[in-house]
Design a protein around this ligand. Structure first.
Ligand SMILES: Cc1ncc(COP(=O)(O)O)c(C=O)c1O
Length: 387
């Protein structure tokens, strides 16, 4: 069986052994220096000033939206545009925080929202914030989207949970926005079993993220920032330990996740390159006229954890899914498909949006896995099956 996820970690046997040794030797397993080290090294790898680790990518996304609310960068009732093909937990915080979610249709050939689609939607909805998802290692014209957001004072945030390592016009995805999120769930590019990160160059965002991540208190702020808060709220040393400044959660990772992050970061370039080289083989599949050919203009590195195939119609997709099942290839829908068709969305957002391409993907798309442990034989087999 060619499964989506082949192993929990890269270099799995050794990593598990090192993890056991770490657990036996370490004194502290709750958040501490290993999480801090990983944050420092990961944000450096990504090319961002600050990185803050979370217990999942979903928590990272929720925390980021909460930060924008806490800092009054957006407020209840504001419209937030987002990619119509994304992960459900990107949209759920928008609903629970009384923001107005506006799904924006994607382009079939890039799987992502383009500046054209953003502009069209903006004319109608005038969103204050755009929450873009870089889906499955791809993007559309992100540079133009960024310019459009800058020119219209739209706050751009970026979910890069599926595209760690992809590069568009010389810039890593995840660096086009004010703040970006990452997931380290098993099967994503780098695994800490569960885990996430928010990266930003903005100190104020990083500080509020620390508050939101940890109950709303100031324990993980720098001493300088901590002093500032305690002074502003007239809090003494004793009560400083149990003072809660703003809306927060407990989204802290453990030292196990921090340790795993640093351990796997050593392999990140290798993993990204391996996925890219698999992708170059998989691209041959797009010569099959049954599938939409992806447009990767501007993308100089494509690092995805799955290969999307959009068929000409539903019956063609069903035929390929059956075939995959028969020969032992695991497949999935293209993420959440059209978000408009998801039960939670219909329940809480009483509005239908016209999302032609997302709808097409919903009914005619599927993906199979791309992971760095795939053998050449498996890659050849996948190409042969679908080409
Ligand atoms: C685009 C995207 N964002 C966010 C998430 C959530 O990440 P996590 O599973 O770490 O909560 C996922 C999950 O797969 C995802 O695909």
């Amino acid at each position: 069986m060619i499964k989506l996820i082949k192993s929990t970690f890269y270099n799995e046997k050794l990593t598990k052994k090192q993890l056991c040794d770490f657990i036996l030797k370490t004194e502290q397993l709750s958040i501490g220096k290993h999480c801090a080290q990983f944050e420092k090294d990961f944000s450096k790898w990504q090319g961002r000033k600050f990185g803050l680790m979370f217990n999942s990518g979903s928590s990272a996304n929720l925390a980021l939206i909460q930060v924008l609310i806490n800092l009054k960068k957006i407020k209840a009732g504001d419209c937030v545009g987002f990619s119509a093909v994304t992960w459900a937990t990107n949209v759920m915080p928008l609903i629970t925080m009384n923001l107005k979610p506006v799904p924006i249709d994607i382009e079939l050939e890039t799987l992502n929202i383009s500046s054209k689609k953003v502009e069209e939607s903006y004319k109608k909805h005038k969103f204050q914030c755009l929450f873009i998802t870089n889906l499955l290692g791809y993007c559309s014209d992100l540079d133009k989207i960024r310019n459009f957001c800058n020119n219209n004072k739209i706050l751009l945030i970026e979910d890069n949970c599926e595209s760690l390592g992809s590069v568009y016009k010389g810039t890593k995805l995840g660096n086009f926005s004010f703040a970006s999120t990452f997931s380290f769930y098993v099967g994503h590019h780098l695994s800490t079993i569960e885990g996430g990160m928010v990266c930003t160059n903005d100190r104020e965002i990083d500080t509020m993220l620390r508050i939101v991540r940890s109950h709303g208190w100031d324990r993980h702020l720098t001493p300088f920032e901590q002093k500032k808060f305690r002074k502003k709220y007239k809090v003494d040393e004793f009560y400083g330990k149990y003072t809660f400044y703003d809306i927060g959660y407990n989204f802290r990772p453990t030292e196990i996740q921090g340790f795993l992050g640093s351990n796997q970061l050593k392999y990140l370039n290798t993993m990204v390159n391996k996925r890219e080289s698999n992708y170059k083989q998989f691209e041959k599949i797009y010569s099959n006229p049954d599938f939409v050919k992806m447009n990767t203009k501007g993308l100089t590195k494509i690092s995805n954890f799955a290969l999307p195939l959009i068929c000409k119609d539903k019956s063609t997709r069903d035929k390929y899914i059956k075939k995959a099942e028969k020969v032992g290839i695991e497949t999935r829908p293209i993420v959440a498909g059209n978000i408009n068709n998801q039960a939670f969305f219909s329940k809480y957002v009483n509005k239908k949006f016209s999302l032609k391409n997302a709808e097409r993907i919903h009914h005619t798309g599927f993906y199979f896995g791309n992971n760095p442990d795939m053998t050449e034989k498996e890659v050849r087999f996948l190409v042969k099956t679908f080409q």
